[in-house]
Design a protein around this ligand. Sequence first.
Ligand SMILES: Cc1cc2nc3c(=O)[nH]c(=O)nc-3n(C[C@H](O)[C@H](O)[C@H](O)COP(=O)(O)OP(=O)(O)OC[C@H]3O[C@@H](n4cnc5c(N)ncnc54)[C@H](O)[C@@H]3O)c2cc1C
Length: 380
Amino acid sequence: MEIVIVGAGPAGCYTAQLLKKYGFKTRIIEEHREVGKPVRCAGLVGRQVFENTLLPLSESSIINRINGALFCYRDDNFQIKREGVAYVIDREKFDKNLSRGLEVECGKKLIEIKKEGSGYILKTDVEDIYADLVIGADGASSQVRKFININRNNGKDDKKDKKRDRVKLYAGVQYRIKLDKELTSPSIAQVHLREGIPFFIWIIPEGDNIIRLGVISKNCRKDLEQFMEDFRVKGEIIEKLAGIFLLGLTQNFYKNIALVGDAACQVKPLTGGGIYYGLKSAELLAECVREGKLGEYDKRLKKKFGREIKFGLKGRQIYEKLNNNELEEIFLIFKKNAGFIEKMADFENHSKIFIEAFKNPKIFMEAGKIFGRNIGKILF
Ligand SMILES: Cc1cc2nc3c(=O)[nH]c(=O)nc-3n(C[C@H](O)[C@H](O)[C@H](O)COP(=O)(O)OP(=O)(O)OC[C@H]3O[C@@H](n4cnc5c(N)ncnc54)[C@H](O)[C@@H]3O)c2cc1C
């Protein structure tokens, strides 16, 4: 069976590594000249990325260890401590490590997909490639996902079509800054909640007084620069990056084409982190290929992540509807229950903390009022 993987990001490379281990030969094509470049990621991953994958991942990309987070709203804040909860990675090195031992065909961009018998011809800017099975690991602006959508809709690219996946696009920017002043907590990440920002502003300490300061919002560059001005962040900007991701629920297998990673919206809706879900989904996909049960891929994904993603999407919808007072109320509830969050929070499974919180009658009453007020806005 000719298997072609489009995209040599973490999801594509890890799928290729798993399939190689299971004895399948794959081709992997990548539009850029080098794996891992350009970087479009803040590079903060939960320790589970290195502790809970089927294939052991090299830890040589880890550059800092995070022992907790400082949550800030206006001039108030509180801290959650968790030894080694997450790692700051060199994302370029992380991707390169994942591609080790694979023959990635760099500088080959998928342009178009054409049906050919029970398989497909992948038209690239270099050559045409035949595939019995196409794996779209080509990130948020996936050509492969677009092809599936159009074909499921009988050739129409109709945005109103009911069968079309419902996804929402988010954009983010990040500056790497060498600070003028010494950073007081070099192993604590900062999460700044702000009005009008659907996610949060992050400050990730990289070490050597370098921070990664970023935001996901409609006017991300403006919001980031406003934040730098408000908080008097002074230093040399040594790198800027920008990227997008999609949130939503998609169909990820269609007539011998499977999607994995960001192409399949395998992203945590509350934070936008996608590396862990992408890797774990790659494991499910490779297992389906090995067992010859690709038709079960969507079912298995739903079983593993469906509840978590649906929960996160609802939580995100509510969060985005909060007014300023409610945002402050939520922050204060979190602050009052910092000890509880410290004990219960799970970096990769966000629903856990909310489910546990709602079992607590006091938190249930306080947060329930705010969610109750807003649930109507997302239902009607
Ligand atoms: C600003 C920002 C910050 C983020 N921070 C974090 C974070 O801290 N932690 C975290 O877990 N996640 C984070 N993410 C998300 C994370 O970057 C993605 O979830 C992850 O990169 C997904 O991996 P992937 O392999 O699915 O896709 P990608 O990493 O996007 O890889 C897709 C690959 O496919 C290639 N490709 C695309 N189209 C074609 C084509 N037509 N032909 C050939 N090749 C093609 C691309 O060049 C790329 O190499 C962030 C995202 C953004 C935008």
